[in-house]
Design a protein around this ligand. Structure first.
Ligand SMILES: [Zn+2]
Length: 365
């Protein structure tokens, strides 16, 4: 298909090394996508993201539809120009956000929900979500799905699976090249529903397939068991995207199962709370033990923060609640995630993924 290409170049066990090409450039997989909900990755300028090595980010249809609204985005000719991000963008369809809000009505046509901004009634449907993502001009568009809570009953989950299938077909009819469209598999924590949803969604020809509705509070062994059921039913020649996984240890587990793409607010949110991801595990810079520590945050990191400042200075910034502390830790955490993925890809290419995973899973856990 014009505009979007994916190829797997190397497989090590089930872990895959590949490349994705969009009209806005190329990136290697497995990849981590920083999250830019409101058309910005919190505290990161686009040039900081580039310097960290990011080549694709995620943004949210739902949030941008409410604010600033499509008129403003249209005036800029799309999201790339609005936020001045020249590389690839994947946009979430809004399903995940909407179904965590108070709903007025949901049926096979769409969903009416209460706006978290002003309480007004807002309507979203698969067709509208696709129209909005066309205006955004995202390289990868997500199908509109019904995401439900892991505590939902079997019957509720089954209904959401059927609706997600209907909406996937409508989404497919409304998106065409050069935009790529990914279908989303639901099914909650029920093995047979996961299997059914996988069969339904893969019966539609999408450019990629996503595993949705997991890592939302269910136990880790359930996350992994459900992922396995889905991945077993996905085609080999399309990218696989696990929505909402951002902790290094979970990414290692999922890559081992053959997943290619990840996103999460986890590294940026951690940074704003003073937590840094390092090659020696997670540390919290607010701890008193760093008060006089003249070493860098992570001596194995080449980011601006680590090559410039001491832990003592970063500790000081956090103790004075200075925003710069949060900025510097965000730069580090995003750089760390990019480097982690790079080294992980190297290990797959070298046929040493298992060793890499075993070495780091305990450090990161
Ligand atoms: Zn660093």
């Amino acid at each position: 298909m014009a505009g979007f290409e994916f190829e797997v170049y190397k497989q090590d066990g089930r872990a895959r090394y590949g490349k994705v090409k969009t009209v806005h450039g190329e990136f290697e997989t497995p990849i981590f996508m920083p999250v830019g909900t409101n058309a910005n990755v919190k505290l990161m300028r686009p040039r900081d993201l580039e310097e960290a090595g990011a080549r694709i980010i995620l943004s949210n249809t739902f949030h941008l539809y409410l604010k600033p609204g499509m008129e403003i985005i249209s005036l800029h000719g799309g999201l790339h120009n609005f936020m001045k991000w020249p590389h690839s963008i994947l946009t979430d369809s809004g399903g995940f956000q909407i179904f965590s809000l108070p709903l007025f009505k949901v049926d096979d046509e769409g969903v009416a929900f209460k706006s978290p901004l002003d309480g007004s009634r807002v309507y979203m449907s698969p067709k509208i979500s696709m129209e909005v993502q066309k205006i955004l001009g995202s390289d990868i568009v997500m199908a509109f799905d019904q995401c439900i809570h892991p505590d939902a009953s079997y019957e509720e989950t089954e209904e959401a699976v059927e609706r997600t299938f209907k909406w996937a077909k409508i989404s497919r009819e409304n998106i065409s090249p050069p935009q790529a469209l990914f279908g989303i598999v639901q099914g909650g924590v029920f093995e047979d529903l996961r299997k059914k949803s996988t069969e339904q969604i893969t019966s539609i020809d999408f450019e990629g397939y996503a595993i949705g509705g997991l890592s939302v509070g269910e136990p880790r062994n359930v996350t992994l068991a459900m992922t396995k059921v889905v991945v077993d039913g996905l085609p080999e020649d399309k990218p696989r995207y696990f929505m909402g996984a951002g902790s290094p240890e979970l990414i290692l587990e999922l890559v081992e199962m053959g997943v290619d793409m990840f996103d999460s607010v986890f590294p940026t949110r951690l940074a704003r709370h003073g937590a840094a991801l390092t090659w020696n595990g997670r540390i919290n810079i607010r701890s008193a033990r760093y008060k006089k520590d003249l070493s860098p945050l992570d001596e194995n990191c080449s980011c601006y923060t680590c090559t410039t400042f001491t832990k003592s200075y970063l500790h000081h910034l956090f103790s004075r609640k200075e925003t710069l502390g949060q900025i510097l830790l965000t730069i580090h955490n995003i750089t760390f995630m990019m480097k982690l993925m790079e080294r992980l890809r190297e290990s797959i290419k070298e046929g040493e993924f298992k060793e890499f995973k075993d070495k780091y899973i305990n450090i990161f856990s």
